[in-house]
Structure formats: C-alpha cells, structure tokens
Write a protein that binds this ligand. Structure first.
Ligand SMILES: Nc1ncnc2c1ncn2[C@@H]1O[C@H](COP(=O)(O)OP(=O)(O)OP(=O)(O)O)[C@@H](O)[C@H]1O
Ligand SMILES: [Mg+2]
Length: 346
C-alpha cells in the first residue's frame, strides 16, 4: 500500500494538511481489489454504535472492556429528584447516551440534556461536551450547561423540535437532500478546522428542524467518539468504535492512528448514498459482515439499486467511499463545492 501511495503527487489541502484526491480525469481503479487489507472477521453487537477490542493481530475480535458498563439508564429516582432540569422526557437513546427533553428549573427554557452512560473518569465524562463546545458553527449546537449527577456526566444544549436526517429524508426531494448535505459538509469542514474528527457521521447523527437557514436547518450532533486530530487517540489501535454501515475501512480495521478528516468524508459519502437510494453502501445481516464488506468490497453502484441518481452524484459518492483515504476528497469543503455544483445543475 505504501508504494502505491508514495507514487501519487503529494497535493495537500491548505486547511487540513491532508493530501487532496487525484486530479479530475485521473484513472479510477477499484481500490477494493488493489488495497491489501488483512482478512479479518468481527464480533460486534447490533447495528448501533459498536465498541470492541481485538487481541493484537487476532483475526477474530471479542467483545471488550476491562470494566462492565454503567447501568443502562440514569435511575428514574435520580432524575425525578433533580432540581436543575425538570420534566425530563426521553427524546433519544443510543449506544453512548440518553437524551432527555427537559425544562430549565430556573429559566423554564427548553433544552436537550444528554447523559453519558459509559464514561468512568471525570475527564471521560465531560469529553463529549468539551469537544462539542469547541466548535463554533451554526450547524453545531452550543453546550449551554454541563455537570455531573451521581456517576453520570451530562450536558445541556438547545432542544431541536425536529427529527433526524434519516427520518427527514422521506419528505425531501433528492435535490433538497443534497442541498442540505452541502450545509452538513460545511459544518463538518468547520469541525475539522477546529481540530476535531467526528468519526460517527450518519443520518441519525444529523438533526433537521427550523433554524438559522430555514425550516430544514441541519445540526451535526453526537460527538461521543470524536477525536482530536493532534492529540493521542483515547483508545488503542485494537479498538474498533463506530456505527458499522458508515465506518471507513481504516476505522473498521481499528487503525485509529489513521483517523483523520477523510474518515469523515467516508461517513458523509455513506450518508449521501443512503439519502439517494434508501440503502446503505454495504448490506449484510451482521455488523461483522458489514465491516468485512466495507474493507474488501466495492459498494454497489447507485444506478444498480433502481435509484434515479444523476451520474455526477454517483461519482461524488464513490469518491467519498474510496477504500484508500488518499483517493477521497481532501476536505469537506471540497466535497461541499462539488455537491453545490451538482445542486446548481452544472
Ligand atoms: N439537541 C437535541 N434536540 C432534540 N433531540 C436530540 C438532541 N440531541 C439528541 N437528540 C435525540 O437523541 C438521539 C440520540 O442522540 P445522540 O446521537 O447524541 O446519542 P447517542 O447515544 O450517542 O446515540 P448513538 O449511539 O445511537 O449514535 C438523537 O438521534 C435525537 O433523536
Ligand atoms: Mg448518535
């Protein structure tokens, strides 16, 4: 793999410092066949966020963790007795947290409070809030409050009376969805400029509702597994973390030192793929099979799925989903520019 990469012109993006993709018209090859990824098999829980640890070099990964997880939910009595936020109603539940729609006990303002389920030390408990609060962009919700309740870290952000992009898709024309994705890409570019890689971009981690840009304003949420670009990774090379259908090959293989803005380009591409076709790039019964396909196989062309997709979109999506991150767009802004041209009909 190194020899192939070294042979490429080293064109780097000024902001992210990562190499840009080959010039338009450059030969496209099937990276699935060319890239010598190791054969691996996986053992993962369902299709939500997954977190597993592998023995070094082992072909089969086992369910992880030196510690048992905290209890699944913050106890009802704990929440009921909380004075800071009241009238908590579950708004969303994921692999890492519970999000409640709540009312500020003093001002009465509506907020979303996210409780982090699986964090064990104080730094880890507040990590997500720390990273999210660093991003200043209309597409990222501000962190308005944070703290700890019992053993649980929590943070509050404005409540979005809307739905996830996954749900919003049904009411959107493809062109509208692509336009919305231009804004999402711009926000992801801002996240990268802040020095953060999100690592979990997918249609459930984008909220859509009335906001600064209109009735379909997108917000990128869930910085639960986000990484600081210049900091050491919080977990080692053998831990695979993410949502399988949207994980770039380097993430699927646990090569965490390779996670960079182009890993998010892959997640954006998988999201675009799903918005265009209603399907994910790699369909399989188990997370293990999805990850294996993501590492070894080319995605099914959108045109073969019966979706009426402009050829330009197919090209954009496949560039995002390249196995080798150097073949993807070099920045989320570059992807946004391409999508913008497509939406404008050029
Ligand atoms: N600010 C908000 N306003 C309204 N609803 C929200 C807000 N933030 C999150 N939610 C809801 O909570 C759900 C879960 O949020 P989030 O993705 O942050 O949690 P998670 O536990 O990390 O999820 P997962 O592991 O499934 O990715 C979202 O899909 C959404 O439905
Ligand atoms: Mg989520």
């Amino acid at each position: 793999m190194e020899a192939t990469l070294d042979a490429r012109p080293d064109r780097r993006n000024a902001l992210t410092g990562v190499p840009t993709r080959p010039a338009p018209g450059a030969e496209r090859r099937s990276s699935a066949r060319r890239t010598p990824f190791p054969a691996v098999s996986w053992s993962l829980p369902g299709e939500g966020s997954a977190s597993i640890t592998a023995a070094p070099g082992a072909p089969t990964l086992a369910l992880p963790g030196p510690f048992p997880p905290l209890s699944a939910e913050p106890p009802v009595a704990l929440l009921a007795g909380w004075r800071r936020y009241r009238d908590l109603e579950l708004a969303g539940a994921g692999g890492m947290g519970r999000v409640y729609h709540a009312r500020d006990g003093r001002s009465g303002a509506e907020v979303a409070v996210k409780f982090l389920l699986d964090a064990r030390d104080p730094e880890e408990r507040l990590r997500e809030a720390r990273l999210q609060s660093r991003v200043s962009d209309p597409g990222v919700l501000s962190v308005v409050d944070r703290g700890e309740l019992g053993r649980y870290g929590w943070f509050a952000m404005p409540y979005v009376a809307g739905c996830t992009l996954k749900s919003a898709r049904r009411g959107l024309e493809l062109a509208e969805a692509n336009e919305l994705m231009v804004a999402v890409c711009r926000t992801v570019a801002a996240i990268h400029r802040t020095g953060i890689v999100h690592c979990d971009l997918n249609p459930r981690n984008v909220l859509v509702g009335a906001g600064p840009s209109g009735p379909h304003h997108p917000w990128v949420i869930d910085f639960g597994i986000a990484q600081e670009i210049s900091a050491p990774r919080p977990w080692g090379a053998q831990r695979v973390v993410g949502t399988p259908s949207y994980m770039a090959p380097e993430q699927a293989m646990g090569k965490n030192h390779l996670l960079d803005p182009r890993t998010d380009i892959y997640g954006l591409g998988a999201t675009l793929y799903e918005l265009a076709s209603g399907q994910r790039p790699f369909a399989a019964e188990t997370s293990e099979a999805i990850l294996t396909k993501a590492i070894h196989e080319d995605p099914r062309p959108l045109s073969e799925l019966g979706a009426e997709v402009p050829p330009g979109l197919e090209r954009i999506v496949l560039t995002c989903l390249e196995k080798d991150s150097e073949d993807r767009y070099g920045s989320a802004d570059e992807l946004a520019d391409e999508l913008e041209l497509l939406v404008a009909g050029n």
